[in-house]
Each structure stands twice: as structure tokens, then as C-alpha cells.
Design a protein around this ligand. Structure first.
Ligand code: HOZ
Length: 428
């Protein structure tokens, strides 16, 4: 069996940086990405057979844990009937009905194959529907890598120092207004100045791509009010928060009704699925009913729809899943906080639902991008590698949220906290 280094070297010959998405590259934390062989429950296993308690969970989707038996059996039985038809199937309607039943804000939904496609399509829809070009986004929020949205973005774009990527035409970037997250006054001012040109605000209702930042009270409400006053659309990018903060997601938790919702990650149960949906009046602007064009050969793929539907059915039918997810997340954050405090390591945790994050900073209340950028990156990197050695897999960058799955047991949480204690005791 080749070593991890050999696998990485080989990959680098034929794949840029050896990875198919930059955040996987360990560039921020140093060292080599771990090649994964298999996963089960709360664990991933590398090619040498080493086990890690996994808090990346494929960057969010694996809410039930890896290789959940029901999801796997559903997929197995579905693939026997063919992998893709490029034609309508009953299963996509069933998943659409399920999502519409869960979200009062969604009358109709269209499936795509990734979160990036979902947000890109939502922006086009908002522009087409309103007849306006400008969009508002927030610094440190990441909505995939389409041109209009890769301006002052979070996630890998931030980690790798290219929050506004080369390759995005300046004339297109000029239509994106970037404001500070959790600063409602800025939003009010921007709308006063050019509200009649703004097609939409797009926001992560809990930011998960500059670590984990909940909205302050009044922030999301202000976005809703500004959109209502100026005839703009409010897009909740729930690719990350969708089904993670409860079944009705961030919009249910914070009681705000967006005009368009984008979904991804959990909705595919680990298969490549994204979606965007909203009220009929808006969604009917999409082709073939309306003039706004959007398409995809593999959209609504039957195997992916089956995995997603099985996952959502389990989440909907077993409310205890959320009770456990939330209490495990809280337990983990409390344990990590106590471990850091005991060693005098300045650290703060944030968590919402089953999303969480740690910040190496003196600051005890982290609500904005500036505070995130003041965190001690070097200390995070030491923490990351210490935890990795101990068998705990965290996102390889301090700008990413962590996730919890239903499969994480009390023993896994205790194991993680114990590992953190050891690592903290050795941090400089
Ligand atoms: N939203 C994920 C990172 N925060 C995407 C993962 C990726 O870019 O590969």
C-alpha cells in the first residue's frame, strides 16, 4: 500500500495541488492532506487504517454520520434501476414535496448538483425577477465560487488569501456590494443610497465560512425590512445551515421568511445535490415557465434524490436526532472551553444547533469578521495538528465551522476533550 506522501505526490502530478477543492489542501495549517480510505459513523479512516473522530463530516452533509445504514441501503437498491436518465422521475417530486412541506417559504424548488450552482442560480433568478443587477453580500460569507459571489468571500478563498479571485471580471464585481456581517446600520445606509438598484441580499443566516458566527439580534430582521421596503429579494443561503439548526433550519430558528432559499450538503445525504426554492411567483420566472434560464444534465439525479429523501425522512421522523445533536455540540464546546481555561489558553467557542467553532483569542464574544481575523492562526494550526495526531479530524483552516453528527457518542466527545487537554498542555 502506498504511503500518504506517495499518494499525495502522485495526485499532484495530475490534479492542481493534488486536490479537487482548495480547502482540502492543508495549505493553511501546513503538512499534507490525509487521504481517506473509508468512513463509518463518527469516524473516518486513512489509508494506513488510522481512525479519526470526524468533525468535518464532508463539510457538513453527513448529519446522520458516515455510511448510515438506511441511506446506504436506499442508495444500493436505487442504483439497480439505473444511474441517470436526464428525464423526470417520481423521486425528485417526492423530495421536492418533502422540502416544500418543511419550509413555509418554499412553494416550489429546483434541484441542481451543488451549493455553488444553487446560489449562482438564485442570484440570476433574483436579477431576472427584479430587473436589477446589484446584489448585497457580506464579507467573510461564502456562497460558492460563481463570479458574482467570489468577492471578499470566506472559506478557502479567505484561507488562501484570494477572497476576491482573479478571473472575476471587474465589471461583474462592480455589481456586488460587500458589507460587514452583523452590522445592520451599513445595510440600511446601502439601501438608502441605492435600494432601487438592488436585486437581492444573499446571506448565510449563521455564517459558517469565517468559522461559526451567529447573527446578532436584529441583523436578519433588518435585512428582511430593507428588502421589503425597496422591492429587493432576501436570499437565505442555507447550504450549510439547512437541516443543521433544526428541521426548519435557520429560517425556522430565527423566524424570518426569505424570498429564496438555497440548500445543499444535508439535502443530498452525502450525494451531490443543491437546490433553490421560494414562493411560486418568484420560482415561476425560471425556464420553462419563465424567461430566466437555468439547467443541468444531472440535476435531480435519482440516486442522489433517494439519498437525500432518506436523510430528510429520518430527520423529520426522529425528532430525538436534533435533541441529541444539539446537546452533543454543546457538550463538546463546553468541554473544549473548560480544557482551554484550565491551561490558561485564551480561547472562545461559538455554537448554533449542530455547527460550532473555536477561536484562539482573548475576545469572549465573537460576532464579526474583524474579530475572526484577529484570532491566533498559528495557535490554531498547532491545535489542529495536535488533534490530528491524537485521532481527531478538524477542518484544516481556522475559517471553517465544525459539525456534529448523530453518530457522535458521549465516548467520542470525551475522547475529543481528552485529546484537547493533552494538546493544550503542550501549546506554547
Ligand atoms: N462550504 C465548504 C467550505 N466551507 C465547501 C468545501 C469546499 O470548498 O470544498
Amino acid at each position: 500500500m502506498p504511503t500518504n506522501s506517495q499518494l499525495f505526490e502522485r495526485a499532484k502530478q495530475v490534479i492542481p495541488g493534488g486536490v479537487n477543492s482548495p480547502v482540502r489542501a492543508f495549505k493553511a495549517v501546513g503538512g499534507e492532506p490525509i487521504f481517506i480510505e473509508r468512513a463509518k459513523g463518527a469516524y473516518i479512516f486513512d489509508t494506513a487504517g488510522k481512525r479519526y473522530v470526524d468533525y468535518v463530516l464532508s463539510w457538513g452533509p453527513m448529519i446522520l454520520g458516515h455510511a448510515d445504514e438506511d441511506v446506504i441501503n436506499t442508495v444500493k437498491s436505487r442504483i439497480e434501476d439505473g444511474l441517470s436518465f436526464g428525464a423526470p422521475t417520481q423521486i425528485e417530486t417526492e423530495l421536492a414535496e418533502k422540502v416544500c412541506e418543511i419550509f413555509p417559504s418554499i412553494d416550489k424548488i429546483r434541484f441542481v448538483s451543488s451549493g455553488t450552482e444553487a446560489t449562482m442560480s438564485a442570484i440570476r433568478l433574483a436579477r431576472g425577477f427584479t430587473g436589477r443587477d446589484k446584489i448585497v453580500k457580506f464579507e467573510g460569507c461564502y456562497h460558492g465560487h460563481s463570479d458574482s459571489l467570489l468577492i471578499k468571500a470566506g472559506s478557502g478563498a479567505l484561507t488562501l488569501g484570494v477572497p476576491s479571485s482573479p478571473g472575476v471580471p471587474a465589471c461583474l464585481a462592480a455589481h456586488t456590494i460587500t458589507l460587514s456581517y452583523n452590522e445592520p446600520e451599513q445595510v440600511i445606509e446601502a439601501f438608502k443610497a441605492m435600494g432601487d438598484q438592488i436585486a437581492a441580499i444573499i446571506v448565510e443566516p449563521v455564517a459558517g465560512n469565517m468559522n461559526c458566527i451567529p447573527p446578532i439580534p436584529g441583523f436578519l430582521e433588518t435585512l428582511r425590512q430593507c428588502c421589503d421596503q425597496h422591492g429587493s429579494l432576501l436570499i437565505f443561503d442555507e447550504v450549510m445551515t439547512g437541516f443543521r439548526l433544526g428541521l426548519t433550519s435557520a429560517q425556522g430558528r430565527f423566524n424570518i421568511r426569505p424570498d429564496i432559499t438555497t440548500l445543499g450538503k444535508v439535502i443530498g445525504g452525502g450525494m451531490p445535490v443543491g437546490a433553490f426554492g421560494g414562493r411560486s411567483e418568484v420560482m415561476d420566472s425560471i425556464a420553462p415557465l419563465g424567461p430566466v434560464y437555468q439547467a443541468g444534465t444531472l440535476s435531480g439525479n435519482p440516486v442522489a434524490m433517494a439519498a437525500g429523501l432518506c436523510t430528510l425522512n429520518k430527520l423529520a421522523n426522529e425528532p430525538d436526532i436534533y435533541t441529541k445533536l444539539f446537546s452533543q455540540t454543546e457538550k463538546l464546546c463546553k468541554g473544549l472551553q473548560a480544557a482551554a481555561d484550565a491551561q490558561g489558553i485564551p480561547m472562545t467557542t461559538n455554537h448554533v444547533g449542530s455547527m460550532w467553532g473555536v477561536f484562539f483569542t482573548e475576545d469572549k464574544h465573537i460576532t464579526n469578521f474583524k474579530q475572526v481575523m484577529c484570532g491566533n492562526t498559528e495557535r490554531f494550526n498547532q491545535f489542529f495538528h495536535g488533534m490530528l495526531d491524537a485521532g481527531v479530524y478538524l477542518a484544516p483552516a481556522c475559517f471553517e465551522a465544525g459539525f456534529m453528527s448523530h453518530a457522535h457518542s458521549d465516548e467520542d466527545i470525551a475522547f475529543t476533550i481528552e485529546a484537547a487537554k493533552q494538546v493544550f498542555s503542550q501549546l506554547k
